[in-house]
Design a protein around this ligand. Structure first.
Ligand code: SAM
Ligand code: SF4
Length: 332
């Protein structure tokens, strides 16, 4: 459906857990208070929401986390989502640590693409950034994912003084591999507020200097705001997601669902529409029961969240950002 700024909203990001097996410095560097399992949407509830969302024209879904693969049954959820008539695409964002274990099952469940987060190619740095010594496992899993033929995108967040010097090496992964390497600007959400991200515009200037024949890719590669570039002869492309310096709100197509059942109209603001009272007939924490509201009520709540989407974010003015949750519980 269209929101009040005439934007078509056809994409939903679903965070299925706020738990994670890594501790990325800008996302969840230390333990946060995790939501108890009874306050997390069950898979049945998520599927109900997906069914309602499809009727409003939301046809593409991203499963995210925390780390989605740490939640038991994640593959079954994806299989069930793929069975919902009208759903055109289900993809996932993962840190890749457990991907090797689930890759075949994910593919047989029908997953349409996998985004893998990778901020560095250096093992020591990887451990400093994520708190875990998992780079070799992730690299191996990226290789396996590429070889499987599934569409793979890598997501890198560059930070000054941390990994900004690796932009070229990370980008070069797209030279010999059929994948998209995307650089995402650090957003002032949660721990990210105190990090010094790298401007995508500056990065673009460096890219043009380094590869003067860099060309803009016109065809749409995904659901999001990335602008893609291609160097002649390369197998893959480079994407820039300039959340701060390239405001793309006019073409925003998405809505987010947190694992606690909150619909988020915009990443930047704390406003939510709570689906729990409709799903459970009472507040979060209560068991799903026969008091639950109707599918029509779920649809109306999703439509309400869509209509509440603001015209734009205000990441460039941190003092107006009202979202107080950590990114780990929103899902990126
Ligand atoms: N655990 C999964 C992963 O790492 O891909 C999925 C969840 S994670 C929150 C999704 C994406 O958000 C990751 O690519 C991560 O780098 C990114 N992210 C986390 N905090 C961010 C921030 N403050 N600004 C920009 N991207 C952020
Ligand atoms: Fe976990 Fe992903 Fe956040 Fe890193 S970015 S802490 S892998 S949720």
């Amino acid at each position: 459906m269209k929101d009040r700024y005439n934007r078509t909203i056809d994409y939903m990001r679903i965070s299925i857990t706020d738990r994670c097996n890594l501790r990325c410095t800008y996302c969840m560097p230390q333990e946060i208070t995790l939501t108890s399992m009874e306050n997390i949407l069950t898979y049945e509830e998520i599927l109900r929401i997906c069914n309602a969302a499809v009727e409003l024209g939301i046809t593409r879904f991203k499963v995210t986390g925390g780390e989605p693969l740490v939640r038991k049954g994640c593959v079954t959820l994806i299989r069930e989502m793929k069975r919902i008539p009208g759903i055109e695409q289900v993809t996932m964002t993962t840190n890749g640590v457990l991907l090797g274990q689930y890759l075949e099952e994910l593919i047989s469940a029908g997953i349409d693409g996998i985004n893998i987060s990778l901020d560095t190619l250096d093992a020591d740095r990887y451990e400093r950034i994520t708190g875990k010594n998992e780079l070799s496992a992730v690299m191996e899993n990226i290789g396996r994912a590429i070889n499987s033929g599934i569409r793979v995108k890598l997501n890198a967040v560059l930070q000054n003084g941390v990994n900004e010097d690796e932009w070229e090496h990370i980008a070069l992964l797209a030279r010999t591999n059929r994948l998209d390497v995307r650089f995402i600007e650090m957003m002032p959400i949660g721990f990210g507020k105190n990090c010094r991200g790298v401007s995508g515009r500056e990065l673009f200037e460096k890219m043009k200097t380094r590869w003067p024949d860099l060309e803009t890719v016109e065809d749409i590669h995904g659901n999001g705001p990335a602008v893609y570039y291609h160097v002649p002869g390369w197998k893959g492309s480079i994407g820039l997601i300039n959340a701060i310096h390239g405001k793309f709100c006019a073409s925003c197509n998405r809505i987010r669902l947190t694992s606690r059942g909150m619909l988020k109209p915009c990443l930047c603001y704390g406003d939510t529409v709570d689906l729990m009272p409709i799903l459970r007939g009472a507040a979060a924490g209560s068991k799903p029961d026969g008091n639950a509201g109707t599918d029509d009520m779920i649809r109306r709540a999703i439509a309400e969240a869509i209509m509440e989407k603001p015209a734009q974010h205000c990441f460039e003015q941190k003092e107006y950002v009202t979202e107080e949750s950590q990114m780990v519980s929103i899902g990126g």
